[in-house]
Design a protein around this ligand. Structure first.
Ligand SMILES: [Zn+2]
Length: 274
């Protein structure tokens, strides 16, 4: 699933092309991506609406439409793209949500397996949703002390806590694996036993990695595409994620993969992480 850097990349690329534009001829191919909104209410809410701003919260792209917000969480096979001309048959095939912009371009949410979700929230709904998500790790106000307090509040594995969106926004499996490796922390360690020094390292390494991933337009393993339809490049800079069985780039030890921490693959170096 696209994480913070991938969604941030999409939002930054799309922003100049959609802000100030109005949406027309809104179409939805399938209802199964909708959460808490009916097809009728979604289409009625979007038709003619002007995009006031486009931002990101956690792993969601958030279109501010004035009195409501369209929240798009791209799934593993999802992408948001603005097309200059009419859609090709292939582009049409997996277009879940599409709208003509008033400059003639087309905004398309494409999702091959429809694993993403769409929400349309009024102001109160948005505020409640926003409050249910943890702090943004790249927010200047997100200090090492704040991360330390989050970790101190849980006995769960530190990796699970990093990925829990109610505690921290935007970090998923790729960047949790990478940040824990860079900070030299065993992902299975209880969060409340990480300690202040390691929490400080984790804070700075996590922010450094998220920034670097944004600079590389995110990580593309399979389907993720940026807002201009290109692949990201951060997969070339990964140290552990996707490298199970390969040699650690730091110490040469063979990297180990495990599913024992959560349902996802965790890859670690037993020598570099303790
Ligand atoms: Zn190592």
């Amino acid at each position: 699933m696209p994480e913070l850097p991938e969604v941030e990349t999409i939002v930054r690329e799309l922003r100049p092309r959609v802000v100030g534009r109005s949406l027309y001829e809104v179409r939805l191919s399938h209802d199964d991506v909708l959460r808490g909104v009916t097809r009728r209410r979604l289409l009625r809410g979007l038709e003619g609406a002007e995009v006031r701003s486009l931002g990101r919260r956690a792993k969601h792209a958030v279109f501010d439409l004035g009195d409501r917000r369209l929240v798009v969480q791209p799934g593993m096979t999802g992408s948001l793209v603005v097309h200059d001309g009419p859609l090709s048959p292939d582009q049409k095939r997996y277009a879940v949500l599409s709208a003509r912009l008033d400059d003639g371009r087309r905004l398309v949410y494409r999702d091959v397996r429809r694993l993403g979700t769409l929400l349309l929230l009024d102001q109160r709904g948005w505020q409640a949703y926003d409050r249910s998500i943890g702090p943004e790790p790249l927010d200047p106000a997100f200090t090492a002390e704040r991360l330390g307090a989050i970790l101190a509040g849980s006995r769960q594995a530190v990796k699970k806590v990093l990925m829990d969106q109610r505690r921290l926004a935007g970090v998923g499996n790729i960047y949790a694996n990478e940040a824990l490796f860079a900070a030299g922390i065993d992902p299975s360690r209880a969060a409340n036993r990480v300690g202040a020094d390691a929490a400080n390292r984790l804070h700075s390494e996590m922010r450094r990695i998220l920034e670097a991933a944004i600079a590389s337009n995110g990580t593309t393993f399979r389907d993720y595409r940026t807002g201009t339809g290109d692949r990201g490049n951060f997969q070339l800079e990964l140290f552990v994620y996707g490298r199970e069985g390969e040699r650690c780039k730091v110490c040469g030890t063979r990297l180990v993969g495990t599913h024992l921490i959560d349902a996802r693959i965790t890859v670690l170096c037993h020598r570099c992480q303790s």
